[in-house]
Ligand binder design. Structure first.
Ligand code: NAP
Length: 283
């Protein structure tokens, strides 16, 4: 293997330990960081994700409450509950697990969360803060990717970063974060012509598509840093990313694995955001 591995599990563990320490310090001041997680419906993947988020929080010393509601919960009832949580000074972070049932307007629900408690970083106020370089909450997945780059001491100034994918929760915020660190950023998507010509110029590639083998070895400049956000299943049903890991690791300088890469970092950054929300509330 040529590329060095960026170990998301190890880095996430380090971040959780830091969060645990800061949480203890905050508790000593009488403030218990608290995350409210809302799950509507019985989607099995969402049930797993929300359980993980709650367990991660409690294991790190934060308080987490997981509220579950039936799939037919009226949207107005969910909005009322969010408003009540917004008003509750003992709650610092509010997370509504997506996707929501079809009868609900996800944007309307997310916009109902107080920006000061938007620990997922999906509110338009958070997006606007990122765009304008103001203090807000960064979405956990791209935030975790930035921490991975930071962990290897990578200096993004003047580097060419190519982000594949332009979703509001990964691709676009990822591009803005890279730009904030002075990278020259190219955003690619399903209509991009000649993706390979662009990725071959990249010093850093972030693949956030949701399709296997979007990035193969022939598309990577030797020594490039490759971050794989994708979560897919291979023919054997095993979790895999967007990157052809076996091929690309022979060319890249650094690479994140799937599993054990961006996934655990996403979970860790939710804890960081929740703690941050509590610290800000505590002044
Ligand atoms: P998304 O909303 O479906 O966006 C996918 C993006 O990929 C779109 O912008 C799409 O372009 C682009 N795309 C599709 N086919 C392409 C192609 N052949 N070439 C170039 N671009 C292409 O997905 P997402 O929510 O951003 O998530 C992306 C992946 O990351 C998924 O696998 C998801 O499960 C994973 N994910 C992982 C974590 C984690 O913690 N590890 C967290 C979040 C997401 P258009 O805009 O033109 O359609």
């Amino acid at each position: 293997m040529h590329a060095q591995l960026i170990d998301g599990n190890a880095l996430a563990q380090k971040i959780r330990a830091e969060v645990a320490g800061r949480t203890q310090a905050l508790k000593a001041r009488g403030v218990e960081p608290s995350l409210a997680i809302i799950l509507v419906g019985e989607d099995p993947a969402s049930q797993v994700y929300t359980r993980h988020k709650a367990n991660d929080s409690t294991q790190t010393g934060l308080k987490a409450t997981l509220e579950t509601y039936p799939a037919d919960l009226p949207e107005a009832a969910l909005l009322d509950r969010i408003r009540a949580l917004n008003e509750d000074p003992a709650v610092h972070g509010i997370l509504v697990q997506l996707p929501l049932p079809k009868h609900m307007d996800a944007s309307k629900v997310i916009e109902a969360i107080a920006p000061a408690k938007d620990v997922d970083g999906f509110h338009v106020a958070s997006a606007g803060a990122l765009l304008t370089g103001q203090r807000g909450f960064w979405p956990c997945t791209p935030y975790g990717c930035m921490k991975m780059l930071e962990s290897i001491g990578y200096d993004l100034r003047g580097k060419h970063a190519v982000v594949i994918g332009r979703s509001n929760i990964v691709g676009k915020p990822m591009a803005l974060m890279l730009l904030q660190k002075d990278a020259t950023v190219t955003i690619c998507h399903s209509r991009t012509r000649d993706l390979k010509a662009l990725t071959l110029q990249a010093d850093v590639i972030v693949a956030a598509v949701g399709k296997r083998n979007v990035l193969t070895a022939d598309m990577v400049k030797p020594g490039a840093v490759v971050i794989d956000v994708g979560m897919n299943r291979n023919d054997e049903g095993k979790l895999c990313g967007d990157v052809d890991f076996a091929g690309v690791k022979e060319v890249a300088g650094w690479i994140t694995p799937v599993p054990g890469g961006v996934g655990p970092m996403t979970r860790a950054m939710l804890l960081v955001n929740t703690l941050e929300a509590a610290e800000r509330a505590a002044g």
